[in-house]
Ligand binder design. Sequence first.
Ligand code: PHE
Length: 526
Amino acid sequence: KLILDTLDSQSTIKDTRELTIPGESSPATSHESQITILGALNSLLSRDMITYETHEIFSYALTAEGSQIAKEGSHEARVWSALPLKGQGKPVTPVELKKQVGDETAKVGQGRAFKNGWIAKEADGLVKVADTIKDATKLELSEIESTGDLKAGEKVLADLRKRKLVVQRKGQWFTVHKGISFSTSTAKPETDLTADMLTSGAWKTSPFKKYNFDAEGIPPSGGALHPLLKVREEIRTIFLEMGFAEMPTASFVESAFWCFDSLFVPQQHPARELQDTFYISDPPASLTPPKAYYERVSTVHEKGGYGSTGHRAPWSDEESKKLLLRTHTTASSAQMLYKLAARCRGEDIDDDSNEFTHGARPTTSHGDADMEDDGFRPAKLFSIDRVFRNETMDATHLAEFHQVEGVVADRGLTLADLIGFMRVFFKKMGLEQVRFKPAYNPYTEPSLEIFAFHPYLQKWVEIGNSGMFRPEMLEPMGFPKDVRVHGWGIGLERPTMIRYGMTNIRALLGHKVSIENVENSPAVMF
Ligand code: PHE
């Protein structure tokens, strides 16, 4: 208020040391007063009500020893006063002097008093030879104590600092100007957008406090890194060291087209039913997928093609455009593979802009460098993110969990490449005992279920699913016939449970996790 009112009448404040803080008797010259003013300036600055410039000054303050000297006199003066004037009394022996003024003062003071010509030796003791003295050190220190400075100048100050009687203090003062939102009103701007402001419309006109991006924030009162995050980071590191690039997986909501149709999952497949998938009712339909691709996908479903008979069941646009919570991250992989095949479809793609492919030169499984460039570039991609399934929850199932997914695209890959790759990968994860079992999966053929031995449950548990993506999925995207893509997906939760010796998934994730326990534990424990 003081700053705003002063600005209102004077338009600038040249020197904030001239302000007098309400309730104080003298102007704000002290360091502490300027700190108080600075707090107010920053708060006004954040509301654009003022601008200010900072000026630095140095001031001087006494140390504990310095204050004692300012009060009681210098060591040499104290020595001098303890002695009788020459010829007027019994000289004081060094031992007696120590007793009277103390060891330190006697030691330091004697030398200086001699040097100043204040005292002399007589017989086996000491006497005064000057009948009056000027205690310069005391006078200098008193001046510094009251004004923060010394008229005698730098050299004397430097000497006093060397003697550890004085310290230098950096001080600040400020010049203040009106800001673009200057007003004399001290009404505080809003710090929160509330539901009331939204309903009343007050948010349109309310002044809001600017974000302070330098604020340190409130330190958390407890908590520790969650095991899922730790294992996720480990898995991500393994992928990265094996040369994989991470896919974007930000969209939890996908269309049935990308989640199922593009993968050649029949529209009548049970996985797509309400009891397995969470559908979204609003908005009612997805955006339209790329037109030509959409046609090829619907045709391969309904009538077949690329050597396949198709599903021979009627195709529904409505079914394809349904929105849902993605049931697997393969919905993202499908979109990345479609993007990877862009050049094979003859679309103009800038090599450098496609960060997911490996190298600009075409490769073949036979190292045939002369082969014509059909646009294909091999790729190794991975993702780790959340998926949703309408499951009955029990000790090993949740409706919301994380999938780890890896996809490799190259010419002439085989099932042996897939198995070999997974063995290396799981070994790096510490899962030495893994087994693969033939399985059915609508978008891969052949398909393999992945099992790992759970040391606590003492049995084999299914951890994932893998396979070679079907030509009915890859060829409509535009991949050449010799390009093979293998993929696998595992849950993040089960390997984490095996790692941490847990038997109940509900202790790891979901509404049954004890928040109190997490907050109070220095480390996550189960
Ligand atoms: N999407 C499969 C699942 O949800 C995992 C998978 C990914 C299988 C890629 C094959 C290829 O279990």
